[in-house]
Design a protein around this ligand. Structure first.
Ligand SMILES: Cc1cc2nc3c(=O)[nH]c(=O)nc-3n(C[C@H](O)[C@H](O)[C@H](O)COP(=O)(O)O)c2cc1C
Length: 182
């Protein structure tokens, strides 16, 4: 697909894996966020940005929010990649809520957002991330079991393990949306 680009920011590889699948399916260009500038982004008609979820925030989303005024006339797609179970509407709602803290109303109206599920391997986490996850784990253990949300329980179940929910099929809605633009 001409004039489309996939840009990603990925710490442990899941968002990158999705970016590669998208770029391969659409036959379009692929960049890691650090290798592309807002000026270069402007050359494309369709911009797909993917970032991993970290404490609710989308890794590297500033590339899109800062460049928005220059690229708002383009087809804009953002995908998030996180561990939360997307079958649970509360999880999707909470991702959207966090995203809308950094998106203006105009961004919300102009950017099509998709959510994908990633992976985690605790043995490969950076020291800072291990500490963050360890702190959250301790907090959740102290929380009354009846007050824990599904997301809390899932965190506790997967804590310390290696799990991978990446799924090529889950890209279908995003790919369908992008193809329908042409
Ligand atoms: C410190 C930390 C915080 C995280 N916060 C969230 C979160 O808020 N929501 C979520 O769904 N996943 C969260 N995750 C899981 C990551 O989003 C998941 O591992 C994802 O696959 C990362 O993608 P990447 O490796 O491409 O950066 C977190 C992981 C770490 C290590």
């Amino acid at each position: 697909m001409k004039n489309a680009v996939v840009v990603y920011s990925s710490k442990y590889g899941s968002t990158k894996k999705y970016a590669e699948w998208i770029a391969s399916d659409l036959s379009c260009e692929l960049f890691e966020k650090k290798d592309i500038t807002a000026k270069k982004l402007k050359q494309y008609d369709t911009i797909i940005y993917g970032g991993g979820l970290y404490a609710g925030g989308v890794n590297g989303i500033q590339l899109i929010t800062k460049a928005f005024d220059q690229i708002k006339d383009k087809n804009l797609v953002v995908y998030t990649c996180g561990l939360a179970d997307l079958q649970d509407p509360n999880n999707v709602q909470s991702i959207r809520k966090s995203l809308n803290k950094v998106f203006t109303q105009e961004m919300q109206d102009n950017i099509q957002v998709f959510h994908l599920r990633g992976a985690i391997d605790y043995s490969k986490l950076s020291t800072v991330h291990k500490i963050m996850m360890g702190t959250l784990h301790k907090m959740l253990l102290k929380k009354d079991a009846a007050a824990r949300t599904n997301e809390d329980n899932q965190f506790l179940e997967t804590y310390g393990k290696s799990v991978d929910f990446t799924d090529k099929q889950s890209l279908s809605p995003l790919l369908y949306h992008v193809k329908s633009l042409y």
